[in-house]
Design a protein around this ligand. Structure first.
Ligand code: IMP
Length: 458
């Protein structure tokens, strides 16, 4: 690894998540001393392929795969101790040293079994009422963030104080069990084997949750840290930090397709608040965008294609791109690249540069459509609207470009890309107003085109 120049990079998804951030974070970590998660929880899922070996990570920053890099979980993350320890044990079995390199903010709100129960119960109710499920990952993310902003969350630091933990947990369960009882159907919902040990007659029991938390406390304690202080000190010492966003801009609770969003701010600005550094510490914002577009869960998606129909471009993206969620195994919906959506993302993130991933998936498609705007109620617009109902009524306006028949898999130099692939990328730059600094041509770490390296100063 290089000696640092105190430069910090934020990586964010610019679409609906699953843009391939994991590979890029891993690749950029070569130039970083620390990697920081700042929002979301184990709803995220990254697949890394290193020397042909696949590894899925949900909570632990992807930087853990590089020896010598310190990984941080910032205060903006909602933390399931059970999932964290499960993931750490899996990595350790594979020979990756985790515990001495992972620092966890004491201010992280905890995700407890009651949050997953509430998440699943609410989705079941939404489904029963009007079919408008959000399509959450069922991990309890939304309910955990609700407790945070309602100022009643149990936090990592509470694990150090068993009596305080017990008092707060009793209050929390009394409140949430009341809600669950209101869901008359809760007693009949199948919460699955993982949650069964905590439940009795549709209510979450104190003892199993408390006892498990105290067991976890002993394992987590050595990793608890004042992450804000450690990051500021590391920065002062010249360390390069990489802030790893989860989900994507259109899933941001403020700027996304609300209410079909996650419950945290996924935009770059939250890297500061969610880790405890000042906004001036974010030097370069890298937006990751797939060469096409995907979405899991419910909600509007203007450029969506008939991705389940064999022989169509959507089916090509779904199958060649292996578009299945890492966390839930659900198929991702697929569609054309939407430059008007990217414009919104560029605006709310302040992108310094773009990284286009999965360009190789488009190999062999004779023509490509590029979403350049929409028609909404008879008017032409060139940026994604804010209201999900308006987005659902948007009819995409496309520009047609010629495809390329050559394989781009593994290409590492821009000039080696087929002319039509270069023209496609140039048009994306023109339409979004953001320069493309990186192109990824396969899941492998080495298969990356660098136009400009984010860790090198201007
Ligand atoms: P939640 O984050 O589990 O509450 O789910 C809310 C929405 O965000 C759903 O549409 C999920 O499918 C979506 N979502 C959450 N995490 C990810 C992710 O890492 N990739 C893609 N979609 C996600």
């Amino acid at each position: 690894m290089n000696t640092g120049n105190g430069r910090n990079v934020v990586v964010v998804g610019t679409q609906w998540g699953d843009e391939g951030k994991g590979k890029l974070v891993d690749w950029l970590t070569e130039s970083a001393h620390g990697v920081v998660r700042f929002q979301g929880g184990h709803n995220a899922g990254h697949t890394l392929v290193i020397n042909g070996q696949k590894t899925a990570l949900h909570l632990i920053p992807s930087g853990i795969m590089r020896p010598g890099v310190t990984c941080y979980i910032g205060n903006g993350v909602v933390l399931s101790c059970a999932k964290l320890l499960e993931e750490a044990e899996g990595l350790e079995r594979a020979g990756v040293r985790v515990r001495e390199r992972l620092r966890i903010s004491q201010a992280c709100p905890l995700i407890l079994p009651v949050h997953a129960v509430l998440d699943l119960a609410r989705e079941a109710r939404r489904g029963a009422q009007d079919g408008q499920k959000i399509g959450t990952t069922g991990r309890g993310i939304g309910p955990a963030y609700e407790d945070k902003v309602a100022r009643r969350a149990l936090r990592v630091q509470d694990l150090r104080h068993p009596e305080r933990f017990a008092t707060k947990l009793r209050e929390l369960l009394a409140l949430h069990n009341q809600t669950l009882l209101g869901f008359l159907e809760a007693a009949r919902i199948d919460f699955g084997d993982a949650l069964a040990p905590y439940l009795k007659n549709g209510a979450v029991q104190f003892e199993p949750v408390y006892e498990e938390a105290m067991r976890h406390a002993r394992a987590i304690e050595p990793m608890m840290a004042d992450v804000s202080r450690e990051l500021n000190e590391a920065s002062r010492g010249g360390a390069n930090l990489l802030f790893e966003g989860a989900q994507g801009t259109l899933l941001d609770v403020d700027h996304g397709t609300y209410p079909f969003v996650t419950s945290s701010n996924c935009v770059a600005g939250n890297a500061a608040a969610g880790a405890g550094v000042g906004p001036g510490a974010l030097h370069y914002i890298l937006g990751i965008a797939k060469a096409y577009c995907t979405r899991v869960g419910g909600g509007p998606f203007p450029t969506e294609l008939a991705w389940e129909t064999p022989g169509t471009p959507g089916y090509h993206m779904s199958t060649v791109g292996a578009e299945k969620g890492v966390t839930t195994g659900r198929s991702r919906r697929c569609g054309w690249f939407d430059a008007a959506l990217l414009k919104r993302s560029a605006q709310v993130n302040g992108l310094s540069g773009l990284c286009i991933t999965k360009l190789d998936v488009l190999d062999g498609l004779p023509t490509l459509q590029l979403g350049i705007g929409y028609e909404l109620d008879g008017a032409r617009i060139d940026i994604l609207p804010l209201d999900a109902d308006d987005i659902a009524r948007c009819k995409p306006v496309y520009e047609t470009l010629d495809g390329w028949s050559q394989s781009t898999v593994g290409v590492t130099r821009y000039e080696q890309l087929p002319g039509n692939a270069q023209r496609y990328l140039q048009r994306v730059e023109q339409l979004t107003g953001v320069p493309i600094h990186i192109v990824s041509t396969s899941p492998d770490r080495e298969h990356t085109i660098t136009v400009r390296h984010p860790f090198l100063a201007d």
